[in-house]
Design a protein around this ligand. Structure first.
Ligand code: F6P
Length: 743
């Protein structure tokens, strides 16, 4: 259909051009034809008159009218010459040949002969009228009128017209054919190839820019970059989001109201170690994003206390100031029994909702008992929110799929609270979601939110469609809001991000060369090794297996990398109590071993699996040491690893390979975008990253850094809180108006 439209876009103007050509060119040709022939006939007439001059003089001198008549009749036998007439000085027709139209007066003949085309329409047809001096004595004033037949001119004009029409149609067809071929091959292939290249997609060979296009691609990319820079500059400071601005927003738009965050995972875990209590930071995108926001808000964070020493450090109300050592906000811990954790966290959240929303080909498991625990734990967190609330209208930030029922529960107890729920994982289409036995309860619970956020517009759309399918709710597509049982919820996309490292943080980082030296030494890598890294929780949605297949395929198809390409996968153990995760881990280990056996040599191990939790500094060091970072999620709400890699590369080098199924791919278009299910494409991307010129790396990384820096986590929180502020203002005005009306 698109191609057809494209072709029509070419063909319609072409047809218009042809019709115009026909309308203008044909009459013009006719006129030109007539002019040319008329000029020829005038010359011919002059010759004829010259040739007859002597004979006319002699006939006139002899006084024999019969002789003159015979001369005229003989001359008029010529094929083209229709008739001859002799006019006296004072305009009387003295003599004429038989075919001469007597209705044609000498005066009329003279007038016609003065016209540019000498043409006269007679009942017998069109004639050319020429008037010449008769005989050699021009002083006599007698003139000779010669009438030439013009029908042959019309015939020739018609022939020319026919040839011209055939020529125009033929030309039109040829051009149309060429246009269609160009539209099909060149436009579709060339331009989409060009677009794909600009997006960093299309790594499979047919879409690689042909050598002759490479300068054009570079030029277009440079122009796009200039335009983007210009746009960003024109936006000035308005685009800059940082902790300070977020704090200011909280004070102006939310009037310093209390902010409470609720999440399952806590930002700091106290563990008992051999040397006493140690504090750990969990491997969680959610924590990475919400922690800096919380530090800026100085509110309360309610989370499950899962560390072995968590109880040892809290006060009588289960609260502890964090970050440890220099507290900026309060952490309130909720204790869960084993049965609660099993049913709510492992069972319903991670065996049910997680695979349901990720659609990563792992079957969701739903058990009544898990659902029951999920409900109970949600209620316990709702109670905690009420306990922690200082007033009746706090701003509550509910995080993730562990708390689908919580918004409704809070709304029932604190109806004036503003509940911002953020769903950190994808939202599936209505059919996929429909298999959940408690789909209505979950949707109703979520619609207790004032604002419900997803990473992408696509997930918002899926959610709205799901509500449309399973609940009797009023949906306002124009405002992207849903009204259900008197409560209105705004559905919006807020792409989450990271805190951009400050100048002070960056200056504390060891230089890239030093990071590389340390990592290479630790892993025993040869100096000329190309190092690729992956950093994930050990989750089946992250595409780790597909990544290993891509590495294997690279070593298979590009043997020059054997001995020189090393892939390091950091995998933080997660949800190991679940069978699905345990068997996934075993599969990864087996695959890594197989690749190492197949391509490894003494001193060379292509795949290094580091199955342990790495603290932020260690991950940062690895990112800085690597030539590329590989993110191949099969489905991911956002994926913050990709953003952390970019933030770590202040040397503006390194290549990001990113799955098209991660929300991050929508923003980070300068990464090499891959379909992780397509092993060869991913392997090609590894090769392309490993051979990417320094200048291109700088260009891509520079753009990515600008994107992440601007769209940082403060912007994410700021946009959500600003929307909440507007909402609260509206609610306050409405309440005031209502009070006024009642008084
Ligand atoms: O992706 C959603 C998310 O909540 C992340 O924030 C986090 O990385 C993960 O899921 C939760 O992991 P865990 O179950 O270990 O808390």
């Amino acid at each position: 259909m698109k191609t057809l439209q494209l072709q029509l876009r070419f063909l319609i103007p072409l047809l218009v051009a042809l019709v115009l050509a026909a309308l203008v060119v044909l009459p013009l040709m006719d006129r030109l034809n007539l002019r040319w022939f008329s000029r020829d006939l005038t010359i011919r007439g002059t010759l004829v008159a010259g040739a007859l001059a002597d004979s006319i003089d002699e006939a006139v001198a002899s006084g024999s009218t019969a002789r003159l008549q015979a001369l005229f009749d003989r001359t008029a036998r010529d094929e083209r010459l229709l008739a001859i007439g002799l006019c006296s000085k004072n305009g009387v027709l003295l003599r004429h040949s038989a075919a001469y139209p007597t209705s044609l007066t000498c005066a009329a003949a003279h007038t016609t002969a003065e016209q540019p085309d000498h043409r006269l329409e007679l009942p017998t047809g069109a004639v050319h009228v020429g008037v010449y001096p008769a005989g050699n004595n021009h002083a006599s004033g007698d003139t000779l009128v010669l009438l030439h037949d013009l029908s042959f001119v019309d015939r020739r004009s018609q022939d020319t017209r026919q040839y011209l029409v055939i020529f125009i149609i033929g030309l039109g067809l040829v051009i149309a054919l060429i246009t269609m071929v160009v539209a099909q091959l060149s436009w579709r292939g060339w331009v989409s190839g060009m677009r794909a290249i600009l997006r960093g997609e299309g790594l499979i060979r047919p879409l690689l820019p042909p050598p002759e296009l490479q300068p054009v691609v570079a030029e277009v990319r440079a122009r796009l970059r200039d335009l983007e820079d210009e746009f960003r500059r024109s936006q000035g400071l308005v685009t800059e989001w940082d902790a300070e601005r977020l704090r200011a927003l909280l004070h102006t738009q939310l009037r310093g109201d209390q902010v409470i965050v609720v999440s399952n995972r806590e930002p700091y875990i106290h563990e008992r170690g051999a040397d006493g209590v140690v504090v750990k930071r969990p491997a969680s995108g959610l924590v990475t994003a919400v922690e800096p926001v919380m530090r800026a808000c100085s509110g309360t964070w309610i989370a499950h206390g899962s560390g072995s020493a968590d109880r040892d450090v809290v006060d009588a109300n289960d609260r502890v100031g964090v970050p440890p050592g220099h507290p900026e906000y309060r952490l309130r811990r909720i204790w869960l029994s084993q049965a609660e954790e099993q049913g709510y966290y492992y069972g319903f959240a991670n065996e049910g909702l997680w695979p349901l929303c990720h659609v990563a080909h792992v079957r969701p498991v739903f058990r009544e008992a898990d659902w029951e625990q999920y409900r109970i734990v949600n209620q316990r967190f709702a109670d905690a929110v009420v306990q922690e609330a200082r007033g009746e209208d706090p701003v509550v930030l509910v995080q993730d799929y562990h708390f689908a029922l919580l918004p409704q529960m809070i709304a029932e107890r604190l109806p004036r609270a503003t509940v911002l729920t953020f769903w950190h994982i994808p939202w599936p289409n209505p059919e996929s979601f429909g298999i959940c036995p408690w789909r209505r309860e979950i949707l109703q619970g979520m619609l207790g939110s004032t604002i419900l956020g997803f990473h992408t517009q696509f997930h918002c759309k899926n959610f709205i469609e799901t509500v449309d399918r399973y609940l009797e709710a009023r949906i306002e597509h124009e405002h992207s809001s849903i009204s259900f049982q008197g409560q209105e919820t705004l559905i919006a996309s807020y792409p989450i991000s990271i805190e951009w490292p400050s100048e002070a943080q960056r200056s504390a980082w060891p230089p890239v060369a030093e990071c590389r030296r340390r990592v290479f030494e630790r892993l025993g890598l040869a100096a000329d090794t190309c190092l690729a890294v992956g950093v994930d929780r050990f989750d089946y949605t992250k595409g780790i297996l597909e990544r290993l297949y891509a590495v294997e395929n690279l070593l298979d198809r590009y043997p020059q990398w054997r001995g020189r390409f090393v892939f390091v996968q950091v995998a933080a153990p997660t949800r190991s109590a679940l069978e699905e995760y345990r068997s996934f881990r075993e599969r990864i280990e087996r695959t890594a071993e197989r690749i190492d056996t197949r391509f490894g040599t003494p001193g060379y191990k292509p795949v290094h699996l580091l199955i342990e939790h790495h603290e932020h500094d260690a991950v940062n060091e690895l990112f800085r040491a690597a030539d590329m970072c590989v993110v191949t999620s099969l489905h991911d709400g956002m994926n913050l690893v990709s953003k952390e890699f970019v933030a770590a590369r202040d040397d503006v080098q390194g290549v990001l390979i990113l799955s098209r199924f991660a929300g991050a791919a929508r923003e980070m278009t300068e990464a090499l975008i891959v379909n992780p299910y397509h092993v060869e494409e991913s392997a090609d991307a590894l090769h392309r990253a490993a051979t990417m010129p320094v200048a291109e790396q700088r260009e891509r990384m520079g753009a990515l850094r600008m994107t992440v820096r601007e769209n940082n986590v403060y912007r994410w929180a700021g946009r959500m809180l600003a929307d909440a502020g507007r909402w609260r203002l509206r609610a306050r005005i409405e309440a005031r108006v209502q009070r006024y009306m009642q008084s």
